[in-house]
Write a protein that binds this ligand. Structure first.
Ligand SMILES: C[S@@+](CC[C@H](N)C(=O)[O-])C[C@H]1O[C@@H](n2cnc3c(N)ncnc32)[C@H](O)[C@@H]1O
Length: 243
């Protein structure tokens, strides 16, 4: 078990505001557009598809720590068959309610990946976005998640690096000065260095394919790619075993 009870309770308290794009989840709403383009592009690249092809059609995608479903829903709309997993009952309820209201089919499952995925359940694409910094045992969590990637499949993971810069921007700036995130959203010690993430993923046999920084501007509420991975970053890893 890798869920931290206090973290899950905190997420539960925020669950009603998950789909409010001006509320405490605003930064996730802002980065979502960027992440969706990235996921699409990387899958297209990996599968050697043309820019006019729908890269997601027919794919089986797992979204771990899916929260209210900010990614699960649009991915399902784009033609993927999506399983969303989250340990917070409030978030899962918010995700189910929203998807139902929108008429989008997502298979939402309450619990940890190790509890709710079948022993042999594998996916073409697995997403672990903004979740590995909230678990008690990052390598164990990543291992479970990475093992659910099919041979030839992809794992996407995004998180926050553990640097002086992330302490300044992601904690002091975001939670205390500009208050774009509720206080206590992040614990600096829980942040994950890119080398730690890559090593954890490599233990399950996946290879890094891309890693890039994401910059959130808390004054303008915009997001952009950057070379600097010392605060927010996202990576994609390939299961190079033959399918
Ligand atoms: C910051 S939110 C990210 C939500 C979503 N991935 C996104 O980026 O929009 C982290 C989510 O991970 C969930 N979570 C934390 N630990 C978990 C665990 N061990 N297993 C499953 N979900 C977990 C929380 O309940 C929360 O909904």
């Amino acid at each position: 078990m890798t869920a931290i009870a206090s973290e899950i309770e905190r997420f539960n308290r925020l669950s009603a505001s998950w789909w409010n794009s001006d509320g405490p989840m605003r930064p996730l709403h802002v980065v979502n557009a960027l992440r969706l383009v990235y996921v699409n592009e990387q899958i297209r690249l990996h599968r050697g598809l043309a820019s006019t092809d729908n890269a997601l059609a027919g794919l089986r995608i797992l979204d771990v720590g899916c929260g209210g479903g900010l990614l699960s829903e649009p991915l399902a709309r784009m033609g993927a068959s999506v399983v969303g997993v989250d340990a917070s009952p409030g978030n899962l309820a918010a995700a189910r309610l929203h998807a139902e209201a929108q008429g989008v089919a997502v298979d939402y499952r309450l619990g940890e990946p190790s509890q709710v995925l079948g022993a042999d359940e594998r996916f073409d694409v697995v997403l672990a976005l903004e979740v590995v910094e909230h678990v008690s045992d990052m390598p164990a969590f990543v291992d479970t998640v990475a093992r659910s990637v099919k041979p030839g499949g992809l794992l996407f993971a995004s998180t926050i690096d553990r640097t002086w810069k992330s302490y300044l921007f992601a904690i002091v700036g975001a939670e205390y000065v500009l208050r774009v995130l509720p206080r206590g959203t992040h614990q600096w010690q829980q942040f994950v260095r890119p080398t730690e993430l890559t090593a954890a993923v490599a233990r399950s046999g996946l290879q890094p394919a891309d890693l890039r920084g994401m910059r959130y501007n808390p004054l303008k509420h915009t997001a952009a790619w950057c070379a600097d991975t010392r605060v927010n970053y996202i990576g994609v890893f390939k299961n190079t075993q033959r399918g």
